[in-house]
Design a protein around this ligand. Structure first.
Ligand code: SAH
Ligand code: SF4
Ligand code: F3S
Length: 487
């Protein structure tokens, strides 16, 4: 039956690219399935933090069902790709990985290949038509049924081998009713002491941004009952977690509509009052739902860190309207200025789309001026990518691809300049740094993050992952800092 899994934290030295760092997790046993003898599972994660957390949940479920994690797809009995469809490029990357997996399947017909996540939900049966060797395809709402789905794959195989019936490939897409959706509880294994963890507070999205596929692949917004969130954080803290990032596509609307029982600001307060957590962050916020009670939290909540990721997408009101973002530049700036007034040490990061259909030089110029006006400590910028199901695909796009690429370059150059200036201003400050990683080459060299979420490299003999230590910032690069242990 279920074997003990070996749990390690590691990067993925893959032939398919490098997996973003995520810690493996395990949650308390509840379901067991007929996994058979020890089997090895390989998971590759594309996309955002929500997908990383989904992968952690799948690893928990798999570990529980007797699978051991491997970072080598050639050594795996199960290869699972957890996918992202936010831009077309991400989908192309998946297709190229799937093409490269084919020889593995030819060599080992017992191998199970599964595609989970947003592309699974986007493409549904079409994915198995295009790649007939995919044994299992399932959307984000079906994660908690992974062990049962794998049993079904095995059962179908058995039927096929024994000639009972032709083996069917397993497909699970579509969404559960809001009231039926259950969140999976994820706790690290006893022997792990990760420095930080994600905690889901919401799934799906009820917004209507015209460029975005998320509502179509993640379903309606559902808020997780707050007591479950508090319990999960308490469990994490007991195991040594110092910092939690609350996750949702639009955390500000937590609890406002459906299953949630308190507001987002109240949830932040509860976490401070009812857990011993040291550091709290959240992502992502939608400017239209940022109200005074959230600003009050930044000003008064002792564990909420002074860093705010607030995507603005475009500095032009005309484009914001076409994007159906439901706020104006002035409203965005009001939030920023109010926060700067009440919390002088606050830092901002953001997401920006360039080359939205019909974007003129003047619209783009307004994006640049907004960048300068706010002075973001970091930003993520993308060229607009038309996505299936979204309403923006109906807007005629007269902006040449070359112009879009040029605008992205200009924006990223400006971002680098601003980030560098901001980082230089950190030199001389002493910051509480949460140690997240140790360099393999030198065990005294550590990597951690400041409360403003900036990466710092420093030496601190005897200190280790999970500790919060004072570090004096001594040198700045555009995207990272160097420091000295300041005990
Ligand atoms: N829920 C978050 C965003 C999630 S998607 C929010 O509302 O802020 C992350 C980022 O991807 C978005 O902020 C946007 O900048 C970018 N993005 C989304 N759809 C895109 C598209 N079709 N083309 C290019 N970038 C896109
Ligand atoms: Fe997409 Fe908008 Fe929802 Fe964010 S808020 S996930 S951009 S629809
Ligand atoms: Fe991508 Fe799905 Fe996240 S589309 S950005 S993995 S919600």
């Amino acid at each position: 039956m279920a074997s003990k899994s070996t749990i390690r934290s590691e990067h993925d030295p893959l032939p398919f690219g490098t997996n973003p760092l995520f810690l493996e997790h395990c949650f308390s046993p509840a379901i067991t399935i007929a996994a058979g003898p020890v089997n090895k599972a390989y998971i590759k994660t594309f996309g955002c933090q929500m997908n990383e957390q989904d992968s952690a949940q799948m690893l928990s479920l798999l570990s529980q069902a007797g699978y051991e994690k491997t970072v080598d797809p050639f050594d795996a009995g199960l290869v699972l790709l957890n996918t992202c469809s936010i831009r077309e490029k991400a989908v192309h990357k998946l297709y190229s990985d799937l093409g490269r997996l084919r020889p593995l399947k030819d060599e080992d017909p017992d191998l199970v290949i599964a595609v989970a996540g947003c592309v699974a939900e986007q493409e549904k049966a079409k994915l198995q038509q295009r790649f007939p060797y995919l044994d299992l395809v399932f959307g984000p709402d079906h994660i908690r049924h992974l062990p049962q789905m794998l049993s079904e794959v095995k059962e179908e195989r058995r039927k096929g081998q024994e000639g009972e019936a032709k083996a069917k490939r397993v497909l699970r897409t579509g969404f559960e009713k809001r009231q039926d959706f259950e969140f999976v509880n994820v706790l690290p294994k006893e022997e792990e002491t990760p420095a930080k963890a994600f905690v889901n507070i919401q799934k799906g999205c009820d917004n209507i941004c015209s460029f975005c596929i998320v509502p179509f692949v993640r379903g309606r917004e559902v808020s997780r009952p707050h007591q479950e969130i508090i319990d999960e954080i308490n469990g994490l803290v007991e195991r040594g977690v110092q910092e939690v990032m609350l996750l949702g596509q639009n955390v500000n609307s937590y609890g406002l509509k459906n299953t949630g029982d308190i507001t987002f600001a109240e949830l932040l307060q509860e976490v401070a009052d009812k857990t011993k957590l040291k550091r709290l962050r959240f992502t992502t916020s939608h400017p239209k739902d940022v109200k005074d009670d959230l600003i009050d939290q930044f000003a008064n909540n002792p564990i909420l860190l002074p860093q705010f990721h607030l995507p603005f997408q475009s500095g032009s009101d005309r484009i914001l309207k076409l994007m159906r973002r439901q706020y104006t530049r002035e409203q965005y700036m009001h939030i920023v200025n109010e926060l700067k007034r009440r919390v002088p040490d606050i830092r901002f990061s953001t997401d920006i789309i360039v080359g939205f259909p019909t974007e003129t030089d003047d619209d783009f110029e307004q994006t640049l001026t907004l960048m300068k006006e706010v002075g973001f400590d970091s930003s993520f910028s993308f060229i607009y990518s038309p996505r299936p199901y979204t309403s923006a695909v109906k807007i005629e796009d007269d902006v040449p691809q070359k112009v879009k690429a040029k605008r992205l370059q200009v924006l990223q150059d400006l971002d680098r300049e601003i980030c560098f200036e901001k980082n230089k201003a950190e030199v001389g400050r002493v910051e509480d740094v949460l140690i997240e990683d140790i360099y393999e080459q030198s065990e005294n060299t550590l990597k951690g993050r400041t409360p403003h979420n900036k990466i710092v490299h420093f030496d601190a003999p005897g200190r280790t992952i999970g500790q919060i230590v004072p570090v004096k910032i001594t040198k700045a690069n555009p995207y990272s800092l160097f420091g000295e242990f300041a005990a």
